[in-house]
Design a protein around this ligand. Sequence first.
Ligand code: URA
Length: 192
Amino acid sequence: MDDLPWDALHARVTACTACELSRTRTQTVFGVGDPRARLLIVGEAPGAEEDRLGEPFVGPAGKLLDEMLFAIGLRREQVYIGNILKCRPPRNADPTTDQARCCRPYLMRQMALVRPAVILAVGRIAAQNLLQVDTPLGRLRGASHPFALDPHHAIPVWVTYHPAYLLRSPAEKSQAWADLKKVRHALEAVRS
Ligand code: URA
């Protein structure tokens, strides 16, 4: 996996049968965006719309994610968006440990190919799986966490609420905007 270019990685994901989700998916949801993006967004798993269309964050949560990005001056096409799982869990169940383990090499390779300056994990499941911790979301927000892409290169991971959660709990939006401002500053800091 470590040396696969984009097209071979995409083909590998499309053909994946590593876990039982391959039997219930409509299609895999690989990831989308600028392959040289400075910001990489990590979500949880495809939902019904994503499973139907083959693209991450295209349902209602995706619309809010687009707005969140817009708030920090970015369009969807300027970032890279991927998920912990490439296949939809039936009934949108939380990813199991085994499903996340099977899928992890794909996201790792996507991150290595993009080599973003900053990563933003949206929601508890994305953050905990990416960072391999079980710390509550509230304690992961507010500061960055180094993610070692390889022994010589760590990328700061910021954490905020999942847009689907913000749709259900709009009162938390102001906290998410505060997180996003930190992400914007982090991006600016790496540029300068
Ligand atoms: N929620 C996610 O975490 N990812 C998607 O792609 C869609 C909804």
